[in-house]
Design a protein around this ligand. Structure first.
Ligand code: GLU
Length: 279
């Protein structure tokens, strides 16, 4: 089976050194394995995704010397596919509509809780009793985590990144306490959450190893659960170290100072970028 990996940026700002590291690492590993490297544009967040950032992604990655297969999958082109996955989960009673504002959730969390304590910020379950027939425009669609973890045998995954290397079995109690009823979409089809869209695409594109930043390690547990619920294969995961600024803070899209485009404009070469990120 051909080794296949991908780089899946969201076009919501300029790519920075952290993205360069992620893309170069995935590309190098794929090329060394004689495998495939795919680029996927994760633009389901219509409030933040912009065509200009997508254009810049192609430009930055080409300049870094990367090549990828065409056509590039753009998530906004296939929202029905994600909607079908969400519908599949809803038909099994795993999804409920939620109209809580952030302030409602904060207030509910500050009240005394019944049962095992939830990690900070985990949804307290206010709307969990609501049926899908009751959903209204603007409602978030949440996974009923308690029902979800009971509905399948718990899957596991293999991690090859140094920090968490080994095999990990999902733990239902931890999923309930630490992940909770995650938002998977909204009543309007356009806003499918990235966690679900990404899982559907990784399976459809035959991704064998997901190479991405350490900041996405926690979300892997939810994504592996979704793979189990949807009957999709679980790839291997490799979460790599994050590139940090001089103060040790991880880079964000708003930190234009580390944008690849900025280095390019200043005459830095792509070989120098490789060295800067430690490759
Ligand atoms: N689109 C996500 C991001 O830009 C990355 C998703 C992934 O690699 O799984 O943060």
């Amino acid at each position: 089976m051909t080794f296949t990996t991908r780089f899946a940026p969201s076009p919501t700002g300029p790519l920075h050194l952290g993205h360069a590291y992620s893309a170069l690492l995935a590309h190098d590993i794929a090329r060394a394995a004689g495998g495939r490297f795919l680029l996927r544009i994760e633009d389901t967040d219509t409030s933040r995704a912009r065509p200009q950032w997508e254009e810049l992604i192609y430009k930055d990655l080409s300049w870094l010397g990367l090549t990828w297969e065409e056509p590039v999958l753009r998530q906004s082109d296939q929202l029905e596919v994600y909607h079908a996955a969400l519908t599949q989960l809803a038909e099994r009673g795993l999804i409920f509509p939620c109209s809580c504002a952030r302030s409602d959730i904060r207030a509910a969390l500050s009240a005394p809780q019944e049962g095992a304590p939830l990690a900070p910020g985990v949804y307290p379950g206010t709307c969990r009793h609501r049926p899908m027939s009751d959903r209204k425009t603007g409602d978030a669609l949440r996974l009923n985590m308690r029902v979800a973890v009971q509905s399948i045998e718990m899957p596991g995954f293999t991690e090859t990144g140094a920090k968490h290397a080994g095999s990990h079995q999902l733990d239902p109690d931890r999923l309930i306490a630490e992940t909770g009823d995650a938002v998977l979409g909204r009543k309007e089809l356009e806003t499918v959450s990235y966690v679900l869209a990404s899982v559907v695409d990784d399976a459809a594109q035959g991704i064998k190893r997901i190479i991405r930043g350490e900041d996405l390690y926690q979300i892997t547990f939810l994504q592996v659960l979704l793979q189990g619920l949807l009957g999709l294969p679980t790839p291997e995961y490799h979460h790599h170290r994050l590139i940090r600024d001089d103060q040790g803070k991880r880079l964000a899209k708003r930190d234009d100072a580390r944008a690849i485009a900025k280095y390019r404009a200043e005459g830095v070469t792509s070989q120098e970028i490789r060295r800067m990120v430690g490759l």
